[in-house]
Design a protein around this ligand. Structure first.
Ligand SMILES: Cc1cc2nc3c(=O)[nH]c(=O)nc-3n(C[C@H](O)[C@H](O)[C@H](O)COP(=O)(O)OP(=O)(O)OC[C@H]3O[C@@H](n4cnc5c(N)ncnc54)[C@H](O)[C@@H]3O)c2cc1C
Length: 357
């Protein structure tokens, strides 16, 4: 693999990474997409819309998450690598796709070196690491949602095992939602439970008012963390806050119906939204001097170029999608940012530019 220096390596195959790859290959660049879906169970956020149809994404009306991920893959596969000659130079254009969880990103002599774990992690299997090189990189690895710690098994170290019960209900029409803007329309005038504390859940409550006035905030045993000013506003709107811990889910197959609380009471709702924050997928950037916000989301300029702590663009390093600070965490936004990043990375590889004087 090290013989090939790609023009662009894209990390992540959600809408942002897919669009970045397609846009760069459309400009005759040789692109490699590394995505962790099959080797790590980190499959991208849209994947978790398991039975809820995604209604507001361009081109894919009424698709569910796992099918959306497959369609994105097909779109990239429709641009296989071809060889062509530009002037006297032999070049390649198109997209190679590889399963791989990127674990480390370094730069040596103007070339990025990406280390990725490329085989499925299994008990007793040693990690298989491979290296890939490129002239530019687009980080489109998104973030993982934090899930509620109800019936959580801290002794299990694999994410999906830790949250086995939560994941049964996650992303279903009648289950855990994580995006009020995406799924609020399923619960118009219904009773919504919002789980979380502080600013996160307050903002979810503000969003929920577009769909219903029946809202209850559950903190799962923690102090609510909201100021008196905010509490007054919630009281005026008849939004209850329940600070009792939650003992277990009450559900039927994949439908979530309510909770048994630590005090023995049972609460039932029509819809459930959790906002406990996020985990940015950026471990591989450890050691890089780059700007990020308090949640760890990347701060980029208008060309989607990452910035160092002094505000200077980092040559060759771009980012797009949910991983970008201050943008809406939605599919159409991810496509738009992905296109900008893919084209900017491609433009940076041109041989000549406007003269300086
Ligand atoms: C349940 C749910 C429902 C949603 N519904 C809607 C909706 O209806 N409408 C809407 O517009 N938005 C919706 N969203 C939001 C939408 O899914 C995200 O905004 C969008 O997927 C972000 O795209 P992205 O490409 O930035 O990141 P993601 O889609 O999260 O993709 C990230 C990619 O990076 C890969 N990756 C992560 N780490 C690594 C690594 N180290 N190495 C290699 N690859 C890595 C993952 O495998 C994945 O391919 C929903 C989200 C959820 C969770």
């Amino acid at each position: 693999m090290l013989d090939t220096i790609y023009d662009v390596i894209v990390i992540g195959a959600g809408p942002a990474g897919t669009q970045a790859a397609v846009s760069a290959s459309h400009q005759m660049r040789h692109v490699l997409v590394l995505h962790s879906g099959k080797v790590s169970f980190s499959r991208g956020r849209a994947y978790w819309s398991k039975s809820v149809e995604i209604e507001d994404a361009p081109v894919f009306p009424g698709i569910i998450g796992p099918n959306f991920a497959k369609e994105l893959m097909k779109w990239m596969e429709s641009r296989p690598v071809v060889e062509f000659k530009l002037g006297d130079e032999q070049r390649k254009a198109g997209i190679d796709i590889k399963d791989g969880l990127v674990t480390k990103l370094t730069k040596k002599d103007d070339v990025f070196v990406l280390e990725a774990s490329t085989s499925t992690l299994k008990k007793d299997n040693s990690i298989q690491l491979e290296q890939f090189t490129s002239r530019t990189v687009v980080v489109a690895s998104g973030f993982d949602d934090k899930w509620p710690d109800i019936e959580f098994q801290p002794d299990e170290n694999r994410l999906y095992k830790q949250y086995a019960t939560v994941f049964r209900y996650a992303g279903n029409r009648k289950g855990w939602h994580v995006c009020i803007r995406c799924d609020g329309h399923l619960h118009v005038n219904e009773h919504l439970a919002l789980l979380g504390v502080g600013d996160y859940i307050y903002e979810a409550a503000i969003g929920a008012q577009d769909f219903t006035e029946e809202i209850t905030i559950l903190t799962n045993g923690r102090p609510h963390g909201m100021s008196p000013h905010i509490l007054n506003q919630l009281e005026e709107r008849n939004i209850d806050i329940i600070e009792t811990g939650i003992k277990r889910h009450i559900g039927e197959k994949t439908d979530l119906l309510g909770f048994e609380m630590m005090d023995g009471t049972e609460l039932f709702f029509h819809g459930f939204l959790v906002d406990e924050g996020l985990i940015p997928n950026t471990k591989f950037l450890s050691g890089w001097d780059y700007q990020k916000d308090d949640e760890g989301l990347i701060i980029a300029n208008e060309d989607m170029q990452m910035l160092d702590s002094e505000g200077n663009p980092i040559p060759g390093l771009y980012a797009a999608g949910d991983i970008i600070s201050g943008e809406r965490n939605l599919i159409a936004t991810a496509f738009a940012l992905g296109q900008e990043a893919g084209l900017s990375a491609s433009d940076s590889l041109r041989k000549w530019h406007y003269p300086n004087s």
